[in-house]
Design a protein around this ligand. Structure first.
Ligand SMILES: [Zn+2]
Length: 523
């Protein structure tokens, strides 16, 4: 089977009609499985597992919202001592978004480790939701982990997308590109609850598309991914180095071992990008608009887990849910086994006062990648140019301020302050005049992108800073940087950072006109 666009002119006309028909079916959201049976049988045979969530009681489709709610309510009625269901807000179509908290009334340690498990942020990645429902059930049946853990589950984060099995929220936004600009109402609810929960470990479950259009350019008949699971953890340089390495070595490391014991294949997350007309593979994540980095910047162990599945319908579904289940259980066991070590790392990371990195570049190298050849149906390797986010280098840095200050008589700043609170920042007005050394951002270049990204025209900005001794009037809104989520704050307030409020054009900047918030270097 070929996936190239240029293959169709060589096809006989009845085949061409079929290709057109397949295209039409795809555009109406019909699920056509692109995976030949031989690939499934040879590389991804289903596994034996005794999953009981709603999708496993039927042959077609996945767990519907109302089926999930019935399932959760039944579990809760049987285990109300350890299970609570709350609703964190409404989807755009008005469905209540459930969050389940599992916690013991008599934990064995005074402050159980808080873990956040999320699925279904992209609505067409059903193994994430299904996997979490089964993790939840398995823990309520055997709650030993709750002796040291408290676990929050958001199994279906994007209900409207899930009900239609599409990636996006009802207004067309990708909720995993919306973690700093917060334009979808689901993003605001999810982020507020995440911020208030103060997770120490956060895992966001997804599935990836194993048949990508540009994979058709490799070998004679194209390739497909060899991996059951890909791990996406942050390479963002504002995530303290100790936390980045601990996440990889310990939590991802243990999950790799767990997959090894079941003969499942994994890799660090890689995807393809068009790079000036060439296909490059990017590895890892550095962008705070996505969950893995956004959560890590709030000072927790964070990963996004990608399971091989988008576009496969029910093919290998038990295997995909099994992968989700195994990785989730591994993260929970790592947290359970290493409470003190985890907290030491988080405490040290919180004390890290490194300079703020505004721009970084990925390490580029030539590598080999394991794939499945779609002509021979053999495992093989291809040569790729890899741009690795986990090995990023700082390009532009700025010293860390002691605080940021806002004049809230400016209307736009009120909206910013609101968003910052949703992101978990605490800030408030001064109760007296204060002398300080302030640094103002003066834009030296402002370029608006012509093309839309997630429904906005982004801004590229460069600034210089201007230092002044000033007296802050009483009532000035101050955000002190000595707080747990300060690295996320820097990512949105430093204008050059790629996912900042200015980069996402939440505020318009003008050349030579100081921005409406500023840095405080010293009081
Ligand atoms: Zn996804």
């Amino acid at each position: 089977m070929k996936f190239t666009d240029d293959s169709s002119p060589h096809l006989p006309s009845d085949m061409k009609n079929k290709v057109v028909l397949i295209g039409i079916l795809f555009s109406f959201g019909f699920v056509l499985n692109p995976q030949p049976r031989i690939v499934t049988e040879k590389f991804f045979p289903d596994v034996q597992a005794n999953f009981k969530s709603p999708a496993f009681h039927k042959k077609h489709g996945f767990t519907k919202y109302h089926e999930m709610m019935e399932y959760l309510n039944k579990l809760k009625s049987e285990h109300s001592d350890i299970m609570q269901i709350t609703f964190i807000g409404k989807s755009q179509k008005g469905k209540l978004i459930p969050m389940v908290i599992l916690k013991s009334e008599t934990p064995k340690i005074p402050h159980p480790v808080k873990v956040w498990l999320q699925g279904g942020l992209h609505g067409d990645e059903p193994a994430s939701t299904e996997g979490l429902l089964n993790v939840l059930e398995s823990i309520v049946l055997n709650p030993v982990l709750l002796q040291r853990l408290e676990i929050a589950f958001v199994p279906m984060a994007n209900i409207d997308g899930y009900e239609k099995q599409i990636r996006y929220a009802a207004n067309g936004l990708d909720l995993n590109r919306d973690q700093t600009k917060l334009m979808a109402q689901e993003s605001v609810y999810l982020k507020q609850v995440f911020s208030d929960y103060h997770a120490e470990v956060a895992v966001d479950f997804h599935e990836f598309r194993p048949y990508r259009r540009d994979f058709a350019h490799y070998n004679r008949a194209g390739i497909t991914s060899r991996f059951d699971v890909m791990f996406l953890y942050s390479g963002n340089l504002n995530v303290p180095e100790k936390l980045r390495y601990y996440t990889n070595d310990t939590f991802v490391g243990n999950a790799r071992k767990a997959l090894d014991t079941h003969g499942l294949n994994y890799h660090d997350y890689v995807t393809t990008d068009d790079y000036y007309g060439d296909i490059h593979f990017t590895q890892g994540s550095v962008q705070s608009r996505s969950s893995a980095t956004s959560y890590a910047l709030t000072n927790c162990v964070s990963s996004l887990i990608e399971v091989r599945g988008v576009g496969l319908g029910r093919t290998s579904f038990t295997r995909r849910v099994f992968c989700t289940f195994q990785v989730a259980m591994s993260y929970l066991n790592s947290a359970y086994d290493r409470v003190d070590e985890l907290r030491d790392v988080l405490l040290l990371s919180r004390k890290d006062k490194s300079e703020i990195v505004l721009k970084s570049t990925r390490k580029v190298s030539e590598e080999k990648l394991k794939v499945i050849d779609l002509d021979t149906y053999e495992e093989t390797e291809i040569a790729v140019t890899l741009r690795d986010g986990f090995q990023s280098k700082a390009q532009l840095k700025r010293r860390r301020p002691v605080a940021y200050a806002f004049d809230t008589t400016i209307k736009q700043n009120k909206i910013l302050v609101q968003k910052l609170r949703v992101l978990g920042a605490s800030l408030g007005p001064t109760d007296k005049e204060m002398k300080c050394t302030a640094e103002y951002f003066i834009p030296t270049s402002v370029v608006k992108h012509g093309a839309l990204f997630e429904q906005i025209h982004r801004t590229d900005i460069e600034t210089k800073t201007e230092t002044k001794q000033i007296t802050l009037p009483k009532g000035t809104m101050i955000l002190y940087m000595d707080q747990p989520k300060s690295n996320l704050v820097a990512e949105v307030l430093e204008p050059e950072a790629p996912n900042s409020f200015i980069s996402y054009s939440l505020l318009e900047a003008e050349i030579n006109k100081p921005l409406s918030w500023f840095r405080i270097i010293e009081f």
